[in-house]
Write a protein that binds this ligand. Structure first.
Ligand code: MN
Length: 132
């Protein structure tokens, strides 16, 4: 089989171990490299240290939430340009508006659709995705 991705580095910020494991396993299987953080503070530090191609950012996290984390990331010139996608089960229109205004490139909804998830992530890496 041909590998989907070409080693793009994905930072997964997710506090739910089950969600994290599924996303990580799928992405690695399809040729991505992954790193992960269980909270926003750690995620921001890893974004600075490793400059991932994309960040999948859970919204409900212990301590700092994902929207605040995105604001912090955008305020740091060294990492401000990284594509950040909201990784969330919140799909109400009011949430979508909030995430869009906050500057997320889009939303990947949990629970993830295993059949399309790796392609969704790759599309954001390649800046081909629409707004969700
Ligand atoms: Mn969470």
């Amino acid at each position: 089989m041909t590998t989907l991705a070409d080693g793009q580095l994905v930072l997964i910020v997710e506090d739910n171990e089950k969600n994290l494991k599924l996303a990580r396993d799928l992405l690695r299987y399809h040729g991505f490299r992954t790193i992960d953080a269980p909270d926003a503070e750690t995620g921001l530090r890893m974004a600075s240290d490793f400059k991932p191609n994309i960040v999948l950012m859970d919204i409900e996290l212990p301590g700092m939430d994902g929207v605040t984390a995105l604001e912090r990331l955008r305020a740091d010139p060294a990492i401000a340009g990284i594509v950040v996608v909201a990784f969330t089960a919140s799909v109400m229109p009011v949430d979508r508006d909030r995430f869009s205004r906050a500057g997320f490139a889009g939303i990947i909804v949990k629970p993830i659709d295993v059949a399309i998830f790796p392609r969704q992530v790759l599309a954001y890496c390649n800046d081909l995705a629409g707004d969700g």
